[in-house]
Design a binder for this molecule. Structure first.
Ligand code: ADP
Ligand code: MG
Length: 247
C-alpha cells in the first residue's frame, strides 16, 4: 500500500467513526448552467440538528439528493454513515436508504390509500413481519399526533396531517438520519411549528436531523446550527444561528 493510499484509508476510517455526514470538497454540475454546488465541505455529526437555508436555486435540494444518492457528485466525495456514496453499488442503494428517512414539501403520499397503509408500506418494503407492523404503525402514528386517523384516506387530510403521515412513514424504520427538504413549505404557521417541534423531538431521541427551510421565524426561534448557502457555496455555518437577511 502506498503512503497516499494509507492516508486515504485512515481518513475514511475517521469519517466512519466520527461523522455521519461528510461532504469533502463536493461539486455538482448539471448539464447546463453554473455548478449547483461548488466545492462544498460540510460535516454533520451524529445527533445534530441542522437547518440549511438560502435563496431558491442556491443548491439546497441538490445537497439533499446527493445525501440520498439520487445524484452522484461531479467532484469530491460524499460520505454518509461511513459509506463513500460514489462507491456504493446499485444493489446496495436500497439497503443504504433504509437508514435514511426523507420528507418533502409535497408530502409524496399514496393518495388513494389510507394513513395506515401509507406507513405500513415502508415496513413491508423492508420485509418487517406483519405482527410487528401492526404494533409499530399505531405507535408511530401516536407520536406524530395521528392516533385516531389511521383509516382516513390521505387525500382527505389537511396539509398538516398529510405531513405528519409522511413523517411517520419516514420514521417507521428507525432511520439514523432524517432529511427534510422544505417540510413546512405548504403548511400554515401553526402546522409549520408543530412539524418543526416534532422534528426537534425526533432529534432529541438521537436521530440526526437536516432540515432545508425558508421559514425565517422558526429558524430564528429554534437556535440550532444554521448552514447558509448561496449560489452553490456555503457562506456561513453557525451554531445557534439565525436566518441571514439577503442584500
Ligand atoms: P434549491 O433547492 O436551493 O432551490 P437546487 O439544488 O434545486 O436549489 O438547484 C440549484 C441549481 O441547480 C439551480 O440553478 C437549478 O436551476 C439547478 N438545477 C437543479 N436541478 C437541476 C436539473 N435537474 N437540471 C439542471 N439544472 C438543475
Ligand atoms: Mg429546493
Amino acid at each position: 500500500m502506498s503512503k497516499k493510499e494509507y492516508l486515504r484509508e485512515q481518513r475514511e476510517k475517521m469519517i466512519r467513526e466520527e461523522g455521519i455526514i461528510f461532504l469533502d470538497h463536493v461539486s455538482k454540475s448539471y448539464s447546463t448552467g453554473a455548478p449547483a454546488l461548488d466545492d462544498v465541505t460540510l460535516h454533520i455529526g451524529k445527533g445534530e440538528f441542522v437547518f440549511i437555508v438560502g435563496d431558491s436555486g442556491s443548491g439546497k435540494s441538490t445537497l439533499i439528493k446527493l445525501l440520498l444518492r439520487e445524484l452522484v457528485a461531479s467532484d469530491g466525495s460524499v460520505f454518509v454513515m461511513g459509506h463513500n456514496l460514489a462507491k456504493l453499488k446499485h444493489r446496495q442503494i436500497p439497503k443504504f436508504r433504509r437508514n435514511l428517512g426523507v420528507v418533502f414539501q409535497d408530502f409524496r403520499l399514496l393518495n388513494d390509500r389510507n394513513v395506515y397503509e401509507n406507513v405500513a408500506f415502508a415496513q413491508r418494503i423492508v420485509e418487517t413481519p406483519v405482527s410487528e407492523i401492526r404494533r409499530n404503525v399505531p405507535a408511530i402514528l401516536a407520536t406524530v399526533g395521528l392516533a385516531g386517523k389511521y383509516k382516513a384516506k390521505t387525500k382527505r387530510l389537511s396539509g398538516g396531517e398529510q405531513q405528519r403521515v409522511a413523517l411517520a412513514r419516514a420514521l417507521i424504520n428507525n432511520p439514523s438520519i432524517l432529511l427534510a427538504d422544505e417540510p413546512t413549505g405548504n403548511l400554515d404557521p401553526k402546522n409549520s411549528w408543530e412539524i418543526m417541534k416534532l422534528l426537534e423531538e425526533i432529534n432529541e431521541q438521537g436521530t440526526t436531523v437536516v432540515v432545508v427551510t425558508h421559514n425565517r421565524e422558526i429558524v430564528n426561534a429554534m437556535q440550532k446550527r444554521v448552514v447558509t448557502m448561496k449560489k452553490g457555496v456555503i457562506v456561513s455555518d453557525e451554531e445557534e444561528g439565525a436566518y441571514i437577511d439577503e442584500d
